[in-house]
Design a protein around this ligand. Structure first.
Ligand code: 9Z3
Length: 337
């Protein structure tokens, strides 16, 4: 089996860092140091899906399912518990606090009206919005939320590695809560075509020799077919646990669609990476049941009782976490990013 450290070295030497990496590192370093010095617990919450671009000048990509609800909602709960949160999310996916008023079928403008030439919030939304606004303002005043974003799998992995290494000195005061839906397969840079893949042979780029490697591009047209031949993403969780932040508390998520393998796969991940907790969920029931798999407690299901599951705009029942305003807002199912 390939040496994971070698796989990491190869990955990061072949895949160029995102343009905003240095800016992100500068922000994260200041944030982590400030809260570390204040003795605060820090959590890196990842959220939303990573993409796999098929072309360097990207027109098409493969996406991973996630609206960012889990990550954005969890971030609010961590903030409420006093954590400082680095929120590494897919650009334009849900954000803590603003999620209550975005991504649903209602425009945020529908919460407002004009009164004497001024914008005011409708009476029926005053209490909920005030509640959310107060939490948001508090967090902002205390500078406890740092928002960073990614789009592609490579951007995600570069950001994750840098932030994890910055958090490493905090030891067990640093938590990693990996809710982002991460691509398992990708197109390596040296097998990526520059321009938009053509459906008409006449305009196709050379079918082999991507970047002069002599290897065929990973995504190409053959006749009238689009052939995509992806390579595995290195198992970054192993690197996180063993190298980037060995003393941190690491919580990973496992998303499946087949109920018969969910717990098996969660246990497998726990054994393989030896981290603290795997939270398993099924795509179709993720809003109201999850399974916690850990060495200390074994397997534990957490379910929202039937009577507290509500119908969302899309007709899909969703989780109502508690009686407060932020949880009530979970009733609105965001549209997919
Ligand atoms: C999850 O399982 C998240 O709970 C969801 C949340 C993506 C289902 P939404 O954002 O959905 O609320 O719409 N994330 C998947 C985590 C993942 O991809 N894990 C990888 C793996 O298990 C890497 S740790 O291999």
């Amino acid at each position: 089996m390939a040496d994971p450290q070698q796989a990491e070295r190869d990955y990061f030497s072949n895949e160029p860092p995102p343009k905003d990496l240095q800016a992100n590192v500068t922000l994260a370093r200041e944030f982590i140091q400030r809260h570390g010095d204040a003795g605060r617990r820090l959590v890196l919450v990842t959220s939303g899906g990573t993409t796999v671009p098929l072309e360097t000048q990207t027109v098409r990509c493969i996406d991973n399912f996630s609206a960012g609800t889990r990550g954005a909602t969890s971030a609010e709960f961590f903030l409420r518990q006093g954590y400082a949160v680095v929120f590494l999310h897919r650009q334009f996916s849900l954000l803590p606090y603003s999620r209550h008023y975005s991504h649903n079928t209602r425009s945020f403008l529908d919460y407002m009206r004009e009164e004497d030439g001024r914008v005011v919030v409708d009476e029926q939304h005053q209490a909920d919005m005030l509640h959310v606004l107060r939490q948001y303002t508090n967090v902002k005043r205390e500078g406890r939320l740092l928002i960073l974003s990614f789009v592609t799998i490579t951007e995600y992995l570069w950001d994750l590695r840098e932030v994890a290494q910055l958090m490493r000195p905090l030891g067990p005061r640093a938590m990693f809560y990996l809710a982002a839906a991460v691509s398992d397969f990708f197109v390596p840079r040296d097998r990526m075509v520059e321009h938009k893949i053509q459906s008409n042979d006449e305009f196709s780029q050379a079918a082999d020799g991507a970047h002069g490697t002599g290897r065929p591009p990973a995504a190409r047209t053959e006749g009238r077919k689009l052939v995509i031949d992806l390579e595995p993403v290195p198992k970054f969780l192993k690197q996180l646990v063993d190298g980037w932040a060995p003393d941190g508390i690491i919580v990973s998520f496992k998303l499946e669609t087949d109920p018969s393998i969910l717990v098996k796969k969660a246990r497998y991940a726990l054994n393989k990476y030896s981290h603290h907790l795997v939270i398993g969920n099924l795509l179709s029931t993720r809003k109201w049941e999850v399974v916690f798999v850990s060495r200390l407690e074994g397997e534990k299901w957490i379910r929202v009782p039937e009577h507290r599951r509500t119908k969302s705009f899309s007709g899909v029942p969703s989780l109502v976490g508690s009686a407060d305003a932020s949880a009530r807002q979970d009733q609105s199912e965001p549209s997919q990013s």
